[in-house]
Design a protein around this ligand. Sequence first.
Ligand code: DX5
Ligand code: ZN
Length: 216
Amino acid sequence: MAKTIIAPSVLSSDFLQLGKDVEMLNQSSAAWIHIDVMDGVFVPNISFGFPLLQAIRRGTKKFCDVHLMIEKPERYITQFKQAGADNITVHYEGNLHLDSLIHQIKNAGCTAGVALNPATPVSVLTEVIHLLDVVLIMSVNPGFGGQKFIERSVEKVREAKTFIAAKNSSAVIEVDGGVTLQNAPLLKAAGAGILVAGNTVFASANPIETIAELAL
Ligand code: DX5
Ligand code: ZN
C-alpha cells in the first residue's frame, strides 16, 4: 500500500511566524501542505487568499493542496493555479456545474478534488468520480480548525473506498477535520491515503515527530 500522505493545514499555524512554520514543514516528512481558503459566505469564517498562498509557494517545494470553501470558485481557478496551487479541491455542495468546474481545474494544470460535507453521501459523485484525483471526506463541518472529529467519518471513508473501486477510479481519499494520532490508524485502515491535520500538528510540542507518527 502507498505511504500515507500527511497534509498539515496552515490554518492552524501562527501567521506571525508563518515562514518558520513553512521551514519546519520543509524539514518534515509531510508531502503536502493544505491551504484552506474561506470566504465568509460558503462557510461562516474568513481565512486568507492569494497573497498567503503565493508566500507559501515562495517558501516551499512541497505539493500545495488548496481547499476552496468559497462561493463560485470557477471565478478564481486560474488565479489559484498562478498563485501556486498543485491540487485544487472544490465542494460538491453549491457547485451546480461540477463537471465543468473539474475540467476547468484540470485544464489549468492542477489535479482535481471534490470535498463532501458530513451530510453529503459519497454516491453524489457517481457521474464525476472517473475525473477525480482526490475525494475529500470532511470529518467536521467546514469553517474552523480544531473541531471534534465526527466518528461516522471512518465508515464513510470505507464507503468511499468501495465506491471508488467499483467505479475503477484512481481517486485517492483525503480526510479533513479533527484528525488525531488516535483516529489516524482507523482512517488509514478504512482506506484514506491523505490525512489533513491542523491542530494535531501545530499544537504539538514536536510537530515534525507528530507528522511522522500520523503517517505510521
Ligand atoms: C476546516 C478545514 C480544515 C482544518 C483542519 O474547515 O477544512 O482543513 O484546517 O484543522 P484540524 O485538523 O485542526 O481539524
Ligand atoms: Zn481543509
